[in-house]
Design a protein around this ligand. Structure first.
Ligand SMILES: [Zn+2]
Ligand SMILES: [Zn+2]
Ligand SMILES: [Zn+2]
Length: 97
């Protein structure tokens, strides 16, 4: 995958996962399929295969463009603005065990 993202300065090295699960689903009793973590503020939300797509909703409300998978063994990052996925060398891996 080519790395053409120009938003890498949005990554905050000290962002930590906000929750063990999708924080919005946990609040509303929703269910998720996969989890994504915002690289700017640490918001944990659910993926686009989930009924409530909170990770994408977070992007639309905050304009934070970069998420990473929060799934075991996955270390990719996705940019909503560039609509592209890639890996960022040296980025801390928060995927839960
Ligand atoms: Zn980008
Ligand atoms: Zn959710
Ligand atoms: Zn965020």
């Amino acid at each position: 995958m080519g790395q053409t993202c120009t938003h890498l300065d949005q990554i905050k090295a000290d962002a930590r996962p906000s929750s063990e699960g999708c924080e919005d689903c946990l609040r509303t009793g929703g269910r998720w399929v996969h989890l994504r973590m915002c690289r700017t503020c640490g918001h944990v939300g659910c993926c686009d295969s989930s009924p409530n797509t909170h990770a994408t909703a977070h992007f639309h409300t905050t304009d934070h463009p970069l998420i990473s998978s929060y799934e075991p063994g996955e270390d990719w990052t996705w940019c909503y603005k560039d609509d592209t996925g890639f890996r960022v060398d040296g980025l801390k891996d928060f995927s839960h065990p």
